[in-house]
Design a protein around this ligand. Structure first.
Ligand SMILES: Nc1ncnc2c1ncn2[C@@H]1O[C@H](COP(=O)(O)OP(=O)(O)OP(=O)(O)O)[C@@H](O)[C@H]1O
Ligand SMILES: O=C(O)c1ccc[n+]([C@@H]2O[C@H](COP(=O)([O-])O)[C@@H](O)[C@H]2O)c1
Length: 194
């Protein structure tokens, strides 16, 4: 059975930080594929400056089209908002559970706040977490340290953010090196974030 790493995010837009992590996961862990799950509405974020779902999905599609092991997913588009990850996991298992084995990809920054996620205990009971290092404040809770379901993957640290890209693109800076070429081309053609 294929092992799929689910990488959840708003991807507004997807950037080279996301790409390096996802590619590292498929090349250097036992995951066979990574699916970028484009989230319509993250539980802890406001919708301000959020581009339409389909445009964010299209940018993920553009970024991944030459990488057969990296795939875009719009599974959350038809699920209730805000999008709680546990609901999506249950839904994916119902739809594809016989075909695929699902795991979660998460930065160490998100692991620090993981105890606030809806039904995090159920997530940990049923799914493996692949955690990559991230520079961030705070500490990983004791309960998540050396947890049998939490696997550390030593991916490179890439300090790039979508917020930085949006803000500086609007300010007229050249941020093109932080995006895959196809994403830059789409974003530029569509006049996003100006
Ligand atoms: N440079 C990066 N390296 C590794 N992980 C990242 C990086 N940037 C974001 N992530 C993580 O990737 C996931 C998806 O990112 P998402 O687009 O939702 O957030 P973000 O980059 O923080 O966006 P924004 O700046 O718009 O708030 C999140 O879990 C986020 O923590
Ligand atoms: O399920 C939850 O309670 C939950 C709470 C916060 C975040 N998430 C998921 O994690 C993804 C990344 O979160 P963020 O805040 O780093 O953008 C987000 O797109 C959601 O899919 C999920």
């Amino acid at each position: 059975m294929k092992k799929i790493g689910l990488y959840f995010g708003t991807f507004n837009p997807i950037h080279i930080g996301h790409m390096v992590i996802a590619n590292h996961m498929v090349e250097f862990s036992d995951l066979d594929e990574v699916w970028f799950v484009v989230t319509p509405q993250s539980p802890f974020k406001t919708k301000k400056t959020l581009l339409d779902n389909h445009h964010r999905y299209q940018m993920v599609f553009e970024a991944t089209k030459d990488f057969p092991k990296l795939k875009p997913s719009k599974i959350e588009f038809d699920l209730p908002q805000p999008n709680y990850t546990i609901n999506t996991l249950v839904h994916l298992d119902e739809q594809y559970g016989k075909e695929y084995h699902f795991c979660l990809i998460m930065g160490e920054d998100n692991l620090k706040g993981f105890h606030k996620w809806k039904n995090f205990e159920a997530i940990l009971e049923n799914y493996d977490l692949y955690v990559y290092p991230r520079i961030s404040e705070g500490k990983v809770a004791h309960q998540f340290k050396e947890h049998p379901k939490i696997h550390q993957v030593n991916a490179p640290i890439m300090e790039v953010s979508s917020t930085f890209i949006r803000k500086n693109h609007a300010a007229g800076k050249n941020i093109r090196t932080m995006l895959p070429d196809a994403v830059w081309n789409y974003m530029d053609e569509m006049n996003f974030y100006r």
